[in-house]
Design a protein around this ligand. Structure first.
Ligand SMILES: Nc1ncnc2c1ncn2[C@@H]1O[C@H](COP(=O)(O)OP(=O)(O)OP(=O)(O)O)[C@@H](O)[C@H]1O
Ligand SMILES: [Mg+2]
Length: 285
């Protein structure tokens, strides 16, 4: 399978949509991805009145939340508040019982598959790193460039100069250049997290969802993550779920507090910290 045709990343949407056959116009199939998403109103994500029940328990309860283009939003709230469930809804893993979820102005996330949503430009990092431990850092990134990750044989396929340059660029963004040939299984927990972020960045997501990214990181790694996210904001939109308030304080200009599946408070960190209900249900614990 060596010599498989290299898929030009800008046109990676095509096979997916041939297969699933919906939402083609909405994304602007065949157009470069960056220009495909309509965000004329300045909003990259709109969740309105979203409810999700598990056996009668409302994990999300009429949740309404908007993320602006280029924004770095922190989501905080007690265990079980619905933060991860919200990310599941955005990425198509969980379907809401009611409500609407739009990526940009026109892309209805409730009608797309998880795969289509990822292809449309929403990248998600789970708490636990999911890198390929047996492969090197560079090989992990090579795989992340491919449309179909099951094509293991395509690892041997030659990279274009442009692809190689992009890998080098993300390696430097996450400061892993010197570890490119190291087996990913030998990386520290934090380095694996950075590798996974690099893999996400190669997919050129417009919106990044990061669930507890600094959990288990050293102080230095947490500091670098803050710097990294602040650098990504602007050219990307980020939604970061974190319990580490020091970290939240170092990156957030806008914070949303979730509680019992709804927004309890929203504003600057100082504003939500001064909110009595927020102190009661979360910060004061
Ligand atoms: N698949 C599921 N089936 C049943 N209940 C679920 C499921 N997923 C989540 N829940 C429940 O929904 C509620 C919200 O969970 P969620 O994981 O979204 O919270 P969270 O805000 O991410 O919490 P944490 O800070 O602990 O990660 C919890 O009570 C959880 O037990
Ligand atoms: Mg969670």
């Amino acid at each position: 399978m060596r010599g498989l045709p290299a898929v030009h990343p800008e046109f990676m949407l095509e096979p997916a949509f041939d297969q699933f056959g919906s939402g083609r116009e909405a994304i602007g199939l065949g157009q470069p991805r960056k220009r495909g998403l309509d965000t004329r109103h300045g909003t990259v994500l709109s969740l309105e009145d979203i409810s999700v029940s598990f056996d009668g328990f409302k994990a999300l309860n009429a949740l309404t939340l908007y993320i602006g283009v280029g924004e770095l939003r922190c989501i905080i709230g007690p265990n079980g508040a619905g933060k991860t469930t919200m990310m599941d809804v955005i990425t198509g893993k969980t379907r809401p019982d009611t409500g609407s979820a739009f990526f940009g102005d026109t892309l209805d996330l409730t009608r797309l598959s998880e795969f289509q949503i990822a292809q449309a430009g929403i990248g998600r990092k789970f708490q636990k790193p999911t890198v390929f431990e047996a492969l090197t850092v560079f090989e992990n990134l090579e795989l992340a460039l491919k449309t179909d990750k099951s094509v293991w044989a395509s690892l041997g396929a030659r990279l274009s100069d442009e692809q190689r340059a992009r890998i080098d660029q993300v390696l430097s963004t996450v400061r892993l250049q010197s570890l490119a040939s190291r087996q990913a299984g030998l990386l520290s927990h934090g380095q694996k997290q950075f590798l996974e972020i690099a893999m996400l960045l190669l997919q050129e997501p417009q919106l990044l969802l990061l669930d507890e990214p600094v959990a288990g990181m050293t102080d230095a790694e947490t500091e670098f993550t803050a710097e990294l996210f602040k650098g990504l904001a602007g050219s990307h939109s980020l939604m970061v779920v974190e319990h580490d308030m020091g970290f939240v304080g170092s990156i957030a200009d806008h914070v949303t507090v979730l509680h019992q599946g709804s927004v309890l408070a929203e504003g600057s960190l100082a504003q939500v910290q001064a909110n009595e209900q927020v102190v009661e249900v979360y910060l004061g614990r």
